[in-house]
Design a protein around this ligand. Sequence first.
Ligand SMILES: [Zn+2]
Length: 127
Amino acid sequence: MSIVRNQQMRNSARSSRTCSRASCGKSASKTLTYIYADSTAVLGPLATYAEPHAYDLCPIHSEKLTVPNGWSVVKLTPETESGGPSEDDLMAIADAVREVRQQQFEQSKVSTPEIGRRGHLRGLPSS
Ligand SMILES: [Zn+2]
């Protein structure tokens, strides 16, 4: 009986990613995605692949996450979802955040109610 078989096959494709903080070499457990247009940072499960605006963070740095003034942070907890969210889920949430933001923005922008429309219906005397 040979127990040793193809042990090298288990060369983990998902090579351990490390925290993107310069002074930190710990393995990452979260991925932080910046949505610059909305000033929103989304902290979610480790993304399956690296994105331009995504940064891997170790547990410590994801806990100590700070964002610039005026930015908001959305934290996704993988525990609430079974099966683990995928990149698509992340993007869907990011999109949802973006939509809400957009709506809020437009609501605050379009705050000119149409008052004063009636009242000058019959302004002119007809004689
Ligand atoms: Zn770190």
